[in-house]
Design a binder for this molecule. Structure first.
Ligand SMILES: [Zn+2]
Ligand SMILES: [Zn+2]
Length: 236
């Protein structure tokens, strides 16, 4: 369920799988930065997951949302309340987070995905989640940010990577580990997505974001859905 990965002598990264979503915990000053939550019902499973790693809820100092979708921001409101953590998100996430609803601007990347998800959405509760109201302590990004992570003890940067959604951001560490949310996936390979997101706003914007990730030093992609893979597999 979890793995530990030494990226250098003093930093640790943990991964927790909650339903379809992988959340990542990165060691930072005074605790951890969490990249994404999962669906709304997975908070208790998350608590069990961090407990096994010896991490307390109060150790989570930051929550970075790669974007606002319900499988990423699902239990963010509960986590923020219990952990007292600060949020990092893109400006375009403010409104849908406040509404507690995934924006309906995305379409299936191909017909096979459309078919598979027509079955899934019958049982899925309309992509809603408890609203997340961002405050003055939170960090709202307008684009790339090369300083914030360094200031909190993480040797990396935040890159704006739209295409899956207009609020998508990614984290790239100095050694090339890239946490990309949903702008690339390693998931439902039988649908022929070839690492593209299953749902997209615009495919060319996705490809531009892939090129940007590579240009900014990404070497290994850690998607929110599926196992890590090398950037050489990102082919337009
Ligand atoms: Zn998404
Ligand atoms: Zn997702």
């Amino acid at each position: 369920m979890c793995f530990e990965n030494n990226i250098n002598s003093h930093k640790l990264i943990h991964r927790i799988k909650l339903s379809f979503t992988y959340c990542y915990l990165l060691k930072c000053h005074g605790g951890y930065l969490l990249i994404d939550t999962s669906y709304p019902d997975y908070f208790m499973k998350f608590i069990k997951g961090i407990d096994r790693l010896g991490i307390d809820i109060k150790d989570i100092k930051w929550l970075l949302l790669t974007h606002h979708h319900d499988d990423h921001a699902g239990f963010a409101a509960e986590l923020i309340k219990k952990a007292g953590c600060r949020v990092i998100a893109h400006r375009n996430a403010i409104e849908p987070l406040q509404l507690g609803e995934s924006e309906d601007t995305i379409v299936p990347v191909n017909r096979r995905v459309k078919f598979v998800f027509s079955l899934f959405t019958l049982t899925h509760q309309q992509f809603k989640f408890p609203p997340v109201i961002l405050g003055e302590n939170d960090v709202i990004l307008d684009g790339d940010n090369f300083d914030l992570l360094k200031q909190i003890g993480i040797d990396g940067k935040i890159i704006y990577t739209p295409g899956h959604s207009r609020d998508s951001i990614s984290v790239i560490l100095s050694d090339g580990m890239a946490f990309v949310g949903d702008v690339a996936m390693n998931f439902l390979r039988f649908t022929g997505i070839k690492h593209r997101p299953i749902y997209i706003e615009d495919i060319n914007t996705v490809y531009d974001s892939w090129e940007k990730l590579i240009a900014q030093g990404a070497k290994m992609i850690y998607p929110a859905h599926g196992k890590p893979f090398p950037v050489s597999e990102l082919i337009r």
